[in-house]
Ligand binder design. Structure first.
Ligand code: AMP
Length: 361
């Protein structure tokens, strides 16, 4: 079990600017007083009592901490320290200052498949390491794939947010309805036993988007998106995939498979000829192909807009609540909800979508 220090975090770290917000708290830049080194502090609000719906149960914070401790890998955010007070746990983690991978790509004029593969390879290496420890992330999506520094020649991928991650015990079934609609696998929606393969599905979706700027299952509503997923309703439209190599499509097809056991593992992905070409012809094919940058930029702008729209929507809701109910405790809790990392859909995270859709395939 991780040691949760009882000292006041502010005695050891100076708390700085806000870096981002999650479902249960904020992430801030912090400066270690003794060394001057910059870190990120993830401030997680704890649930006050069993009947409260706000904040996190201590045991789920313990789970996140234990998982991060087990995952020491150069493509995974590193944990340094943990502090606990009555209401909050603070994780001191490595500061990742290069922003999101998708924002970095969107700033470029063009990107070849070769360059995209360098990023996907690093995601696979991080996820492969995680899976070798029987840990599934269960929330792989563009917001959780960051770069340690975007100003270097070969930026380094860092996977973040292990809030939904689980260490899967062989022989024990694990089911969950959590995740983010666009990226979740059909078995999540169908409330079936989950495995590390659910992450491989999400990597298929992320790759599809990265190459085309289209989201394979996106519907007009979350419900439609979920129906498209369980119905395996996706295709490679020529309009968006004209610059994409056949090997890239083959790679995606071998991940977007309904049967989790049929999907490639991270190890197998790293050996797929799109990632590791075996012949000169294969290598030449992928260097001639490029990502659909015009459409990708559109996708990313819309994604960012929806994230800020959700934030404004939540803040407006907070203002209404404040007018209705003026207790400071409620204000405090709602403020935290307001700062949650609402996803790139206009509705709630999938954890709130407790409908079970029947498969129509
Ligand atoms: P999380 O709750 O872990 O999803 O974090 C919420 C947001 O905070 C993320 O979307 C990032 O923008 C930011 N963030 C999280 N961890 C870090 C980190 N280690 N360094 C810099 N920013 C971070």
């Amino acid at each position: 079990m991780a040691l949760f220090k009882l000292e006041n975090v502010e005695d050891l770290y100076e708390i700085g600017d806000l870096l981002g917000s999650g479902h249960f708290g904020q992430v801030r830049e912090v400066r270690e007083r003794a060394t001057g080194i910059l870190w990120a502090g993830k401030f997680l609000k704890l649930r006050k009592n069993a009947s409260s719906r706000l904040g996190l149960e201590r045991k789920s914070v313990e789970r996140e901490v234990e998982i991060l401790q087990a995952l020491q890998h150069h493509n995974i955010m590193a944990l340094r320290d943990v502090f606990e007070s009555r209401a909050e746990v603070v994780l001191i983690v490595e500061l990742i200052s290069g922003g999101e991978l998708f924002d970095f790509i969107a700033e470029k004029e063009n990107l070849s498949e070769n360059e995209a593969i360098e990023f996907i390879k690093q995601i696979l290496q991080g996820v492969g390491f995680m899976h070798s420890k029987h840990i599934a992330h269960f929330d792989l999506k563009p917001e959780n794939i960051m770069l340690s520094d975007k100003h270097v020649e070969h930026p380094h991928i860092k996977i973040i947010d292990f809030g939904l991650a689980q260490c899967l015990t062989p022989g024990e079934e694990y089911r969950s309805l959590c995740g983010t609609p666009q990226y979740i696998a059909p078995e999540v929606i169908n409330y079936e036993p989950l495995s590390i393969s659910a992450d491989m599905w999400s990597i298929g979706v992320i790759t599809y988007i990265m190459l085309s700027g289209m989201s394979p299952f996106q519907g007009d509503t979350d419900e439609e998106t979920l129906r498209n997923i369980v119905g395996m309703n996706y295709e490679f439209e020529d309009l968006y995939f004209s610059q994409t190599s056949d090997m890239a499509k083959d790679f995606i097809q071998k991940l977007l498979l309904k049967d989790p056991n049929e999907r490639m593992t991270a190890e197998e992905c790293l050996l797929h000829p799109w990632i590791k070409p075996l012949t000169r012809k294969q290598a030449a094919n992928r260097s001639r192909s490029s990502i659909n940058m015009k459409n990708f930029k559109k996708f990313n702008a819309k994604r960012k807009w929806k994230m800020s729209y959700n934030m404004v929507w939540a803040c407006n809701r907070l203002c209404r609540l404040q007018l209705l109910c003026k207790t400071s405790a409620t204000q405090d809790q709602e403020l935290r909800k307001c700062e949650s990392d609402q996803e790139d859909t206009e509705t709630k995270p999938a954890s709130l979508i407790r409908r079970r859709l029947s498969s129509n395939s």
